[in-house]
Design a binder for this molecule. Structure first.
Ligand code: NAD
Ligand code: AHE
Ligand code: ZN
Ligand code: ZN
Length: 369
């Protein structure tokens, strides 16, 4: 079938809105009609050419809300008409990782996903016979996309897809990092570095976890108002100080924070986030994604003296079994999504969405199909 899609033909070039061919779903696959998709910084990161797994031409996008259009042979868990959130972290329930009970990082299809291919090693997308690659197993910047059955989470039809699409990445990642990965305890002091969609969701999670102090850090003070609205107790701009931000935070917190979250993708900030943690117990969670070749550094003494460095992917959330619970919590009014959606536009405006992100003017742009 034909589909309107935003194609990234090469790194660092604007996406082109074009008509592509989408092949039908094979056995164990589903064809989705995208209703809405958020634009996450990771899409910009891969487009920038800094992603070691970045391949072109590709259809980016991984924060979608969609409706099942057609299912391939053997698919039993969803049917046409079901509402779903595409999962870049699938859940097969059978691989060593799924069975471990220790991680959400299902590896059943990770190798082919990282090559931009479906599990059988081919692509369902093409243009005039030229294959176009999938991205993060989701490619939500296309009106129609194909995913393995294990990579869709079925959600209730009353959930508005143009809002809950944000649970396909940003909001779940931030909340989950607090609630699943760090397991923040009531009364804690938390520092959040970077106040985009991810950092602001960390704030929501920290409020849910009953953190007492939530220190929000960003070099763009325009982000402070919404951070406070969501529950940050203080906001800090590192540019206002002539000493390292970790020293400032340690001074403000009687020795450091209980938990910190890096939501930027800067290896320098990752170091600050670790070193602003309290001696003996402070834990720093890396969420931000850093470019090819970049490495983190600190004095090992920071770890010897009890600080902990951890990472979190998709908030540690198992997509098929746990993401519907996040949608239910949203529907019950436990958190809101409207604050995140600063811009809504058509797919053809996708390059504007990237511009707004880079200019620091948006939290999330949601593209409608
Ligand atoms: P975003 O662009 O919306 O927000 C980033 C924020 O960081 C901005 O407000 C920016 O002003 C701020 N910032 C930049 N440099 C800074 C600095 N030196 N000090 C303080 N603040 C600074 O991005 P986002 O969509 O919220 O994504 C954030 C990061 O999380 C990205 O690296 C993204 O790739 C990553 N990410 C990871 C996961 C995961 O599962 N681990 C999921 C989603 C996103
Ligand atoms: N491809 C990059 C890594 C990208 C990365 O870390 N992705 C996160 C999700 S970011 C969502 O916005 C993730 O879940 N990683 C786990 C995984 O298996 O990819 C690189 O460095 O190669
Ligand atoms: Zn993302
Ligand atoms: Zn698995």
């Amino acid at each position: 079938m034909k589909s309107r899609a935003a194609i990234a033909w090469a790194a660092n070039r604007p996406l082109e809105i074009e008509e592509i061919d989408v092949a039908p779903p094979k056995a164990g696959e589903v064809l989705l009609r995208m209703v809405a998709t958020g634009v996450c910084h990771t899409d910009a990161y891969t487009l920038s050419g800094k992603d070691p797994e970045g391949l072109f031409p590709v259809i980016l996008g991984h924060e979608g809300g969609a409706i099942v259009e057609e299912v391939g042979a053997g698919v039993t868990s969803v049917k046409p008409g079901d509402h779903v959130i595409p999962l870049y972290t699938p859940e097969c329930g059978q691989c060593k990782f799924c069975r471990s009970g220790k991680t959400n990082l299902c590896q059943a299809i990770r190798a082919t996903q990282g090559k931009g291919l479906m599990p059988d090693g081919t692509s369902r997308f093409s243009k005039k016979g030229q294959p176009i690659l999938h991205y993060m197993g989701t490619s939500t910047f296309s009106e129609y996309t194909v995913l393995p059955e294990i990579a869709v989470a079925k959600i209730p039809k009353e959930a508005p897809l143009e809002k809950v699409c944000l649970l396909g990445c940003g909001v779940t990642t931030g909340m989950g990092a607090v609630l699943n990965t760090a397991k923040v305890k009531p009364g804690s002091t938390v520092a959040v570095f970077g106040l985009g969609g991810i950092g602001l969701s960390v704030i929501i999670g920290a409020v849910m976890a009953k953190a007492e102090r939530i220190i929000a850090i960003d070099i763009n003070p325009a982000k402070f108002e919404v951070a406070k609205q969501l529950g940050a107790t203080e906001c800090i701009n590192p540019k206002d100080y002539d000493r390292p931000i970790q020293e400032v935070i340690v001074g403000l917190t009687d020795g450091g924070v209980d938990y910190s979250f890096e939501c930027i993708g800067s290896v320098q900030v990752m170091r600050s986030a670790l070193e602003c943690c309290h001696k003996g117990w402070g834990e720093s969670i890396i969420i931000g994604v850093a470019g090819a070749g970049e490495e983190i550094a600190t004095r090992p003494f920071q770890l010897v003296t009890g600080r902990v460095w951890r990472g979190s992917a998709f908030g540690g959330v198992r997509g098929r079994s746990e993401l519907p619970g996040y949608v239910d919590r949203y529907l019950r009014g436990e958190f809101e999504l409207d604050t995140f959606i600063t811009h809504t536009m058509g797919l053809e405006q996708v390059n504007k969405a990237f511009d707004l992100m880079h200019e620091g003017k948006s939290i999330r742009s949601v593209l409608l199909f």
